[in-house]
Design a protein around this ligand. Sequence first.
Ligand SMILES: Nc1nc(=O)c2c([nH]1)NC[C@@H]1CN(c3ccc(C(=O)N[C@@H](CCC(=O)O)C(=O)O)cc3)CN21
Ligand SMILES: CC(C)C(=O)C(=O)O
Ligand SMILES: [Mg+2]
Length: 256
Amino acid sequence: MPTVQEIQRAPEGDEPLTMLTAYDAPTAAIVDEAGIDLILVGDSMGNAVLGYESTLPVTMEEVASHTGAVARAVDDALVVADMPFLSYGTTKGVGIENAGRLIKEAGANAVKIESGPHTVDLTERLVDLGIPVMAHLGLTPQRRNQIGGYARQGTTEEAAAEIRDLAAKHESAGAFSLVLEHVPDELAAEVTAALDIPVIGIGAGPETDGQVLVLTDVIGLSESVPPFAEQFGDVRREIEDAVAAYRDAVEDGSFP
Ligand SMILES: Nc1nc(=O)c2c([nH]1)NC[C@@H]1CN(c3ccc(C(=O)N[C@@H](CCC(=O)O)C(=O)O)cc3)CN21
Ligand SMILES: CC(C)C(=O)C(=O)O
Ligand SMILES: [Mg+2]
């Protein structure tokens, strides 16, 4: 697998980093074999595969279970587990214990935390303890009730300044990488230029050090997709065709 150190050297390389989510063993194996650099076991599992309406109901047990499935299937990619809503931030001890579970029990190589002023200390402490941390700024979906939806972030000078400031603080705290979600391209380019650690964008334009998308959006299996997602395949259609062919074969007696 690429080490965190190799990921950190990415800004000097000429090829962007690639990251995709995965939530189970068979799809993680496919993503890994395709040579994707990082696999995120995202809390987007809530809406992508668990049937919730958002990421908020996702539990530690669910992320740990799906991270285990992904980690067991992956040989090469760096496996990053997304810390779910309220699994950190209440007290530092709880955040450390939960991050520790994802590494010790589930087999993740790193954790991702939706970042804010309150996660600078936690990031530093986790890094001190040997847990690599990926920060996440811009649109942080766990704050949807505060933001009032999933609109683009960092669109005022004040909001952009806060993102720049928090990006620098999380780099100083030891984060090995930063996800920047749904912000203006120009802000993402500025943050990327200002930081030494790789910035991985989603809906943040072409100037970041890498890109991440949700796997079900990419393969055409999501019920609804963000405006910045791109569909590269039609797996829903493939499943529909296979299921219908099976049904017809059983009903007309041609199978078995
Ligand atoms: N399948 C999937 N793909 C994702 O990229 C994703 C998830 N799930 N779940 C967690 C978050 C939520 N994301 C989203 C979801 C919707 C919009 C979206 O529709 N944005 C609209 C505005 C919507 C609003 O104002 O509430 C836009 O035009 O920006 C953006 C990001 C990105 N993440
Ligand atoms: C969209 C990515 C960055 C994420 O946090 C997730 O999939 O949960
Ligand atoms: Mg997430």
